[in-house]
Design a protein around this ligand. Structure first.
Ligand SMILES: Cc1cc2nc3c(=O)[nH]c(=O)nc-3n(C[C@H](O)[C@H](O)[C@H](O)COP(=O)(O)O)c2cc1C
Ligand code: SF4
Ligand code: SF4
Length: 268
């Protein structure tokens, strides 16, 4: 079975899941969504139409898909794919995320055959710090087992209703998403940099939206933010802060992933 697996990841959780899933499925091509968004759509659609299965792996943001994932879904059509699946990673509660993704794909001709969620360490340092490493390892072990199960279902081309919460919870989280998500784009005004910045430029390279540049050797944000936290989490000297809350919070990224694995521009 030939599979294309598109993924988006700010701090590596979804990339690890995508890699593990690709290894279990075999014959799988991994494509980063921020890069795919920069490619001509026609060729990409032809490639997707020629495979047996297409999957999308991404984190949950505010009980829904990240804006970049919605933009990606809306950037092409999804009809004619024999088996289409989605896997979201979350810090504990995905709400109606997969229902929203199913709806977005349907609007572009796609029929989601299955949708799964996997709990990983939370990464939204604007609200909380990283959990203890021992707890992280427990979640990673559980996630590995879950990926093995999911891979078997995908290989067997099982059609399954997407995982979702109760109707009322789905509806409520959908409402919160609708009002919360548009605010993320310009929430980068709350980022600031400490004098410990070494001007290394890593934050520029990990940003999936190319939303940061260095001016006078210091990062500047330009109002096209996902709130993925990559800039803050990957800064080697923890110089990036978000409002007043993050100075004492422990940073997080998946230990098996390196910052360069997430660069949009390859070869940097
Ligand atoms: C902006 C933002 C919003 C988030 N919202 C949720 C949420 O609603 N529910 C949840 O369970 N986790 C939430 N999380 C946690 C992430 O979904 C989780 O840590 C995910 O595995 C991160 O994946 P990544 O490392 O591939 O970026 C949020 C994280 C961020 C950065
Ligand atoms: S990653 Fe950190 S140290 Fe490097 S330029 Fe950005 S803020 Fe400065
Ligand atoms: S500015 Fe930071 S939080 Fe916003 S998209 Fe770029 S890396 Fe993510």
């Amino acid at each position: 079975m030939n599979t294309i697996l598109y993924y988006f990841s700010g701090t590596g959780n979804s990339l690890v899941i995508a890699r593990d899933l690709a290894a279990a499925l075999v014959n799988t091509t991994l494509i980063a969504i921020p890069r795919a968004l920069q490619e001509p759509v026609a060729g990409a659609a032809d490639a997707a139409a020629a495979v047996d299965a297409v999957g999308i792996v991404f984190p949950v943001y505010a009980w829904g898909p990240p804006r970049i994932v919605t933009d990606f879904i809306n950037s092409r059509t999804w009809n004619g794919i024999p088996y289409l699946f989605a896997v979201c990673t979350c810090g504990g509660f995905p709400g109606g995320t997969l229902t929203q993704v199913e709806r977005a794909l349907r609007a572009r001709g796609g029929n989601l055959s299955a949708g799964f969620s996997i709990v990983m360490p939370g990464n939204y340092t604007a609200l909380y710090g990283a959990i203890a490493e021992a707890k992280q390892q427990k979640l990673f072990a559980r996630a590995r087992a879950r990926v093995a199960e999911i891979a078997e279902l995908i290989k067997a081309r099982r059609n399954r209703p997407v995982e979702k919460s109760f109707l009322l919870v789905n509806w409520l989280t959908g409402l919160l998403y609708k009002f919360g998500m548009p605010k993320f784009k310009t929430a980068d005004t709350k980022f600031w940099v400490m004098d410990t910045c070494t001007h290394c430029g890593l934050c520029v390279k990990v940003c999936p939206r190319l939303n940061i540049d260095l001016q006078d050797d210091r990062p500047q944000w330009h109002g096209n933010c996902e709130q993925c936290m990559a800039c803050l989490q990957w800064c080697p000297v923890e110089a990036i802060q978000f409002s007043r809350a993050t100075q004492k919070r422990k940073r997080y990224h998946h230990p098996a992933i390196k910052a360069k694995d997430l660069f949009i521009k390859q070869g940097n």
